[in-house]
Design a protein around this ligand. Sequence first.
Ligand code: NIG
Ligand code: MN
Ligand code: MN
Length: 308
Amino acid sequence: MYLLPDQSLWSGRLDSEHESSHYRYFQTVDLTGEQSEAKVALLGYAVDEGVRLNKGRTGAAAGPDAIRQAFAGLPVVNHINVKDAGNIQHDSGQLISTQQEYAERAAELMTQHPMTFLLGGGHDIAYAQYLAMKQVFPHQSIGVINIDAHFDTRHVGESTSGTSFSQIIDDDDQAGYLVLGIQPSGNTRALFDYAETHDVSYVLAEAFDDGISDEVSAKIQQFIEHYDVILFTLCMDVIDSAFAPGVSAPAVLGLSSHVVAKLAGKIAASDKVSSVSIAEMNPTYDIDNRTAKLIAYLMNHMIQSKFQ
Ligand SMILES: N=CN[C@@H](CCC(=O)O)C(=O)O
Ligand SMILES: [Mn+2]
Ligand SMILES: [Mn+2]
């Protein structure tokens, strides 16, 4: 079911009502859909049904609104206008129906705005993002870049938060899949075997211990060059749980926030990226809103990188 934008989420510290250099997003956000020229759109996936079906701890349905509240108080960068396009929630029935409903709205935003942030919610948001991209780019090859501790390539006969990328691989011979930040202890041998047999490229989390090497940068660059368009998705559990505790399945030995910011800024800046999904934010387990705030900062960093 679709929910209109909620004005009460958009508040923050007011430094000036008239001087634009003091503005924060809550002062400029478009909640009415009238600013069709907005460079950035937000669409929430207020759904944790996929996490529940994947035997995870629920709560991610509240993720999009927690992210909005953190983002609302940040300073506007580069005079960028942002439109809040509301939320989709899962009421009943099959999760795939909710993913399809979400894809319709996401596709519309992708055609209207240079950058759409898709705010989760479980990582089933990525399959909905794929369905949207297939509508917008029906004839283009899609390269999927996922920054994640997990492969999310399970096969269980229905959509869950752990199946998005095997669904894409099953659907689409043209698609490719690159995962950055894989935890050896967060994925079974079967998932590594699937990666080998299905040509899934991945970089282990430990490869980022000393930052982003030239080799990894080149791998990402070559992957982007190979495909017509890029589906970019970020699973917040890739970040060490000391810095991002508010997630469905926390990872220890995770990437640093700084490394993820650098990766996200670089990938989002590509002309081939028109949407970014940010998954698995779970406010129930957040501490002092730090995960929501980290996501808001990452969004602003990506906006800065893309529109500088
Ligand atoms: N979207 C998250 N997926 C992970 C969860 C792992 C866990 O529950 O520890 C997965 O299915 O592998
Ligand atoms: Mn994950
Ligand atoms: Mn994931």
